[in-house]
Structures are given as C-alpha cells and as structure tokens.
Design a protein around this ligand. Structure first.
Ligand code: NA7
Length: 543
C-alpha cells in the first residue's frame, strides 16, 4: 500500500475484545465512527476468557465490577452471588457483546503483530499474524494489564511427561484432578485461588511457594432473598459512590475498602493488647493495611501489622512449620492484595503439602516431576500460576512504530514505560492506551477505570473531528511531568519496596519502575477532565 496516498479503511481500530475493547466499540458506534475490533482469542472476555482456572473469581463485588454504560445491560443481568466466579463473568461478557450487538465489529482469532504510523497520511497501518491489514486514523489498544503470560524460567519445563497446565491459558472445558499428584507453582492470586479447589479433587497437592502471599477471606456469599433485586434498584446510588471512591469500588468486600480516606487509628499508637483485641473482634481485617492509617506509609507500622497477620495465620494453620512458611517476608500492601476462599485452611488437609522454596529452590523439571534442593516430587500434573509481564507486556509484544519509525518497546527500554496520563505516548500520535501504564488501572476496580478511559478517548476523538483536526499527541514536557508525578506519588507509599509485577520485578531484565498511578481514580478523573476542559492541555493537536 502506498503510504502517501493511503486512505483509512476505518476511523478506529480497537485491539482486544475484553471489557475495555467492547466498551470502546460501543461508545465509538454511538458517536457514528467506523471501526474494526481485533481479538486474538476465539471469543470475547479478555482476562475472563483466558484465565479459566478452577477458583478464578473477581475480587470486587460484582454489582461494582459491572458495566454502567448501558441501562439495558445493567437492568437485565442478574448476578448470582456477591463476587462472581470466572464462568459467570464469561457469561456476562458474552451477554454484553450480544445485547449490545458488538460481535459483528470484531475479527476473532486474529493477533495484531504490527502497527505503523504514517505521518504523511496521519494514519496507522495495523497488521496481523493472519495477514490482515487495516489503515485507521486512530488505534485504541485495550489489551489488558495482565494478559501477556510469563513462562517461568525453570530448566526442563518442557521435559515433563505428565500434563502441564497454565492458569492464564487454562483449558476451556476445565481439568479433572481426581486421583492425580498435582503441583501448583506460584502463590499469587491465581495460585491462591486455585489451591483449595484443586486440593478438593487431587490425590495429593504440592503448593510450590517462592514468596508467601498476603491473602484474606473474600467474604463471598450467595445473595439473601431479594438482596440483589434491591441493589439493582439502587444502581444510581451505587455508581455515584463508585465515582467518588479512589478505588472505583465503594462497597465492602473482605476488607473495608470504602474506609480508605477515613483515617483509622495508627498501629504504632495502639498498645499491643488493643491490637490483639482488635484481632479477636475483627479477625483478618485488623491484620490488614486498611485497618491502620500508618501501615501503608511507615515501615515500622507495617512490621507491626505483619506480626498481627502472622498471628492470624498461626490461628488458622495447625502445623507450626507450615504456618511459619506461609508468613510473607516483604511489607504488607506492596503487592496486589489477594482474597481467597479457604486458602489457609487447605494446608490443614492431609493431601496438601506446602513446598517452601525459601528452604530450597526448584532445580529443574524432569519427566517425572519437580526436582528441588529439598528433594524430588513425583507428579502427574503441573499447574503454573506464574503470572504476567504486567502493564506493558501486551503492548511490547506488538511492533508499534511511531514517528521516525521508533519502536515503542525501545522508547520504554531505558526508563520504563512513559506515557501522559497513561493514555497516550509522546511520539505515537493517535494511539490511545486503555488503562495504560501511568493510569490508576490495576490499583482500582478495572471496570470503572476502563469506562473512564473509554469516555475520555471517545470525547478526544470526537473533539478532533468536530474541530477538523487530524492528530493528537502528548508533548514530552507534559509526559515527563506526569511520569515524575506518578513516581512522586509512589514514593509516598511502600509500593516500591517489594519485588512486584507493579514494579516490573517479575520479568528478567525489565526496568524497575512503579507503573500504575497511585493517587486514586477520583483524583485522576478530575485531572483528565481538567486536561480536556482546558483544550487538551499537554497535548499537541494538529490539522
Ligand atoms: P502473580 O501475582 O504475578 O503471581 C505469580 C506467582 O508465581 C508468584 O507467587 C511468583 O513468585 C511465582 N513464580 C513466578 N515464577 C516462578 C518460578 N520460576 N518459580 C517459582 N515460583 C514462581 O500472578 P497471578 O496470575 O497469580 O496474579 C496476577 C494478578 O491477576 C493478580 O494480582 C490479580 O490482580 C489478578 P514471586 O512472588 O515472584 O516470588
């Protein structure tokens, strides 16, 4: 195709058909734009399409982890319990796609491999592994923050003669662990959620733990009679509370997230007897970073809360050695908090063994099982719950070439990802990144963050159209100032103190920088609105 004379095939290409991509397509169609959705999987759902492992469940209440863009969708869908499991979320996302008639805009089984900006025609050429090529005025990536799977760097991983499974690409029809000797490698959210379910089926389950996790009971339950119907009547109120919340979620789950901005007492100013009395009264909540106002910002306070957390584990897990191994060694609240259903109790079962890799690491995987410095484990199935190249992985796996042919992943190599508001990247005009690095994204209820980004992007494209303009790009000064601000906010927290995927620390060679914006979705929303209201401050708009 001749770039100079190239004409766009569509106004917008939207990459990804999870909640972000679907919401974007819906909003663009409302405004009359032509569009093409592209999705690597054979169905909609993104995270909820790929992560079909047993026990997978959302960690926000479903009435809040749901789309507010369509009254029909909101009024017609019934959640079956407080926090929906994966299968229900997958049914919901399919319902959304059908009810809003979005499927016809999406080409499935199609993986975008390259996007190239052509400055002369002010268009992107989007190419796929399957040989498609679309030219578009704008591209919106809705590729997810946790969607580029990480293969663990373990020797011999492909030598295993049994069944190898990955939580983030779990078989659609599930897997029956009955009678099997099973290993779960990894104790992040996926490993923790899968453990009790796999343990209930397997002959024996070995949980291979490199870092212990901070996890708490989800407090999930079915609805009381009439409870959901009453909530559905109240959606306006629920949405308003979500909008006012820094997390995009205002209802209480396992922990009192709604109390985020109402300072609770300081643990260091609370005598030990009162700390323990709170533990007796409130259980896990009293052992969380939400219960004390100094735990997230003061390392001494954090250590005090860790002691309460260790005490809670001792109260749950009968074997003292296992209980001690389950206590995390890094500060509380620096990795994404996990909520579970019966995780610690699972270690009281006779058919479950915790393999604490801090006492002897994995040497290699063999045909028969896993060999560690502590001995060999014969296995029939290995389930890897080893995580993702978070926030940037899915973008960096695409050859995104902006002005001057510069590759985005190279632009981000030295200093980590740099983006203005997490929405756009200097040198990459007309490319919007839904829940991109530098936005609140993974620190919030993703559904609210997605909707906020989608609305902002739709308005920005609409504004360019109405003004007869062709291109929008952030200035380097605005981008630098925003990245400095993101880092400054992170420096007030203990987030940078753990080797987390927030920091890129789980990917060998990845630059360590705290990627999401920790200032709260409510504050961020105001900032984005101000930027747009001031004529897209910090952006260059051109004809
Ligand atoms: P996470 O949270 O990144 O967890 C991955 C886990 O796998 C974590 O415990 C890792 O230990 C462990 N891991 C990774 N590589 C290895 C090797 N080579 N050997 C042993 N253990 C390993 O991913 P999840 O899928 O659980 O959750 C991701 C997010 O999805 C979650 O936060 C929710 O927001 C939803 P490590 O901590 O690196 O020592």
């Amino acid at each position: 195709m001749d770039a100079v004379t190239a004409r766009p095939d569509v106004d917008v290409v939207v990459v990804g058909a999870g909640f972000g991509g679907l919401t974007m397509l819906y909003r663009l169609r409302e405004r009359g734009f032509s569009m093409q959705g592209v999705e690597a999987g054979d169905g909609v759902g993104g995270t909820w399409f790929w992560n079909r492992y047993p026990g997978a469940r959302v960690d926000v209440q479903s009435v809040e982890y749901s789309l507010s863009i369509s009254k029909e969708v909101q009024d017609e869908w019934t959640w079956s319990e407080l926090m929906a499991p994966q299968a229900e979320l997958e049914r919901y996302v399919n319902f959304v796609a059908d009810r809003l008639d979005l499927r016809r805009h999406i080409k499935f089984n199609t993986r975008v491999t390259a996007m190239t900006w052509d400055a002369k025609s002010a268009t992107w050429l989007v190419e796929t592994e399957q040989g498609d090529a679309w030219r578009a005025r704008f591209v919106v990536t809705a590729v997810g923050c946790l969607s580029a799977p990480l293969e663990p760097a373990i020797e011999g991983i492909h030598d295993f003669a049994g069944v190898t499974l990955y939580t983030n690409r779990f078989p659609k029809d599930g897997f029956d662990f009955t009678g099997k000797r099973v290993a779960i490698v990894g104790t992040g959210s996926s490993g923790v959620q899968a453990t009790p379910v796999v343990a209930s089926q397997a002959k024996h389950l070995y949980v291979f733990q490199r870092s212990a996790a901070y996890t708490m009971p989800a407090g999930n339950r079915p609805w009381a009679p009439g409870e959901f119907e009453a909530l559905r009547e109240n959606y306006d109120e629920i949405r308003a509370a979500q909008h006012a919340s820094p997390l995009g979620a205002a209802r209480f789950g396992a922990v009192a997230i709604g109390a985020f901005r109402t300072p609770p007492p300081k643990i260091l100013e609370t005598p030990m007897e009162e700390r323990l009395a709170r533990l007796d009264r409130e259980g896990w909540l009293a052992a969380s970073a939400f219960a004390w106002s100094d735990v997230a910002v003061d390392i001494e306070a954090n250590r005090a809360a860790q002691q309460l957390y260790a005490e809670m584990i001792r109260r749950q897990v009968k074997d003292p050695e296992t209980a001690a191994s389950l206590v995390p060694h890094y500060p509380m609240g620096c990795k994404r908090p996990i909520i579970d259903i019966g995780y610690f109790e699972t270690f009281n079962r006779d058919n479950v063994t915790l393999v604490d890799l801090r006492k002897g690491a994995i040497r290699r995987v063999t045909a028969e099982g896993i060999e560690t410095e502590q001995g060999k484990f014969g296995l029939d199935v290995i389930v890897y719950a080893t995580g993702f190249d978070a926030m940037t992985g899915s973008l960096n796996r695409i050859d995104i070439r902006g002005l001057g042919g510069r590759l985005m992943r190279e632009a981000w190599l030295a200093d980590g990802p740099r983006a203005y508001l997490g929405l756009m990247v200097a040198g990459f005009p007309n490319l919007f990144t839904i829940t991109g690095p530098g936005s609140p994204s993974v620190l919030t209820n993703m559904m609210m963050s997605i909707e906020q980004h989608v609305d902002w992007v739709t308005d920005a494209i609409g504004h360019l159209n109405e003004a007869g303009l062709n291109a929008i790009e952030p200035t380097r000064q605005a981008q630098d100032a925003w990245v400095d601000h993101v880092n400054e906010i992170a420096s007030y927290t203990l987030f940078p103190k753990a080797n987390s995927w927030y920091m890129g620390a789980n990917v060998p060679g990845k630059t360590r920088v705290f990627m999401p914006y920790a200032g709260g979705l409510d504050v961020y929303r105001v900032k984005c609105d101000q930027v747009a209201g001031n004529g897209y401050e910090g952006f260059t708009l051109s004809a």
